[in-house]
Design a protein around this ligand. Sequence first.
Ligand code: HXC
Length: 516
Amino acid sequence: MADKLHTLDNKIAEAQLGGGQSKIDAQHKKGKLSARERIHFLLDENSFEEIGMLVSHRSTNFGLDKQKYYGDGVVTGYGTIHGRLVYVFSQDFTVFGGSLSETFAEKICKIMDLAMKNGAPVIGLNDSGGARIQEGVVSLAGYADIFYRNTMASGVIPQLSAIMGPCAGGAVYSPAITDFIMMVENTSYMFVTGPNVVKTVTHEEVTAEELGGASTHSTKSGVTHFSCANEIECINQLKKLLSFIPQNCEEQAPFVAYQSNGNELRPKLNTLIPENNNQPYDIREVIYEVIDENETGFLEVHKNFAENIVVGFARIAGRSIGIVANQPAYLAGVLDIKSSIKAARFVRFCDSFNIPLLVLEDVPGFLPGTDQEWNGIINNGSKLLYAFCEATVPRITVITRKAYGGAYDVMNSKHIGADMNFAWPTAEIAVMGAKGAAEIIFKKEISEAKNPEAKWKEKEQEYQELFANPYIAAERGYIDEVIKPEQTRIKLIKAFKMLENKVAKLPRKKHGNIPL
Ligand code: HXC
C-alpha cells in the first residue's frame, strides 16, 4: 500500500508542476502567475477540488507521444468564492503554451456540463497559444465543443472570462460569448489575426498590445468590460462582480443585510443640476448619492468605452441592481451606436439574471451625422430599445433633466414597460430642445420679424415654459411622481421593495429576433 500511495503522491507532485519549474519561473518573469496560483488567489482557501488532474493528451504526431504532462495544459475543477460554488478552468501556459488539445477541451466541457447541471457560474482564466497545432482539426473540434456549451449556458449560468495572456484566433470567441471579459494590462491580448498577418494583408504595422491589448479593447472596441492593472486586481474584480449576481437564472442575487441609519435624504442632489441646462455634470454624482456605500459601492462596467452612458452594478438597501445612466459630462449624454450597444448588452445581462434595473436619464437625443447613419444607428440604437422592451425584471426610471425625442421612449419609458417613472422638477420632457423646436415651428414668424434673433429667443422661451418640464408627462401618468432630488434614494428603496415580487412574462415564442 505504501508503494501505491507513494506512486500517487509522485503523480500529484508532477501534475502540480505543469510544464516544469523552469517554465513556471519564465511565467513569473513575464509578470504572470501560474495557472494554479491564479486559482489559489481566486477561490476561498482550501476550497478547490481538482477534476482531471491526471488527464494527458492522446496525440502521437510530431513526437508528442514522448512529451506528456499531467493535466495537459489546463487545470479544472470547482470551489467556492465567498462560500458560493463556482466552476473554474485555468489554462496553463507552461504546457505547450496553454494550447488547446482534444483532452484539454474535454476537461473544460466536463466542468461546463457540471456547472449547467448544478446551476453555478463558470470562470475561465485564459492564457493560451490557441489550437494545439500538432493536433489539427481535433483541436478545432474541441473549440467548437466549448463554443456550443458557452452558447447553451448563456442566460442560464453566469460565465466570466479573464484574459491573462495570449488569446488569439478563433479562441477569442469563447470569451466573447461569455457574459463578461476582464483583461490584464500589458500581459494579455486578444485578436482574431495577429500583427504578422495584419502586416501581410493590410500592410499596417502594429504591435500586439496596440492591436489587441487591454487598453485597446477597453476603450476602442469594447471587447473587454474591465481593464485591470495586474492579475491580482483582475482576480479581485472577478470576485466583486460575482457578489452582485446570482448563481443562475432561477435565483436572485445575494442580498446584503442593510440597516438604515434613519437618514436616507440626500440634500446634495438638490444642488447638482446646473442653472444652465447646457452645462454638464457628472451623473456618477447621482449614482453615488442614491446607492449603498457611495463610490465604493459602484462596480462600473465598460468604464472607458462609450462614456456617454454609464452602466454598472450597485446595491440599494442591500438589494443588487443594474444601473444605466446617460452621462451629460461626455458628449452631453447623447445616445450613439456604441453607447446603445453597450447599454443593451448590460440590460440583457441583468434581465437574464433577475437583477432589477435603475435608469437615470438625461439625454438630448440620438447623435446626428453621416458617421452614425452610415454605420447603422438605426438598427444599433434599436438594440437598446428592444432590450428594455423585453426586460421583465423590476424597472425604475428617474429623469434628472433632458428626456428628448426618441431617446425619451428608449430610456426605459413607461410606454415600453418601466414599472415606476420618477422625474425631478428639473426634467425637460419634449420632442426636442426649445431652441431647435422654436426654429422649426416658428420659422416663418422668426424670419419675418424685425429682429429675428429676439423673436427666436421669445419663441424659445415660450416653448421652454410650455414643454420643458415634467408636468405634462405627469398629468398623463407617464411620470408616476415628480420628486425632489433629495428624496430619490428614499423613493428608490421603497419602489424596489414594492417591486420585489414582480411577475411578468413574455409572449410564448422560440426566441425574439433582436436587431443584431
Ligand atoms: C502547440 C504551442 C502553441 C500552439 C505555443 N506553443 N503555441 N504548441 N500549439 N498553438 C508552444 C511553443 O512551441 C513553446 O513550446 C511554448 O508553447 C511557449 O511558446 P513560445 O513561443 O516560446 O512563447 P512566447 O514567446 O511567449 O509566444 C507565445 C505565442 C506564440 C505568441 C502564443 O507561441 C505563438 O505565436 N504561438 C502560436 C499561436 C498560434 O498561431 N496559434 C494557433 C492560432 S489559430 P516549447 O516546447 O518551446 O516551450 C487558432 C485557431 C483556433 O488557435 C480556432 C478555433 C475555432
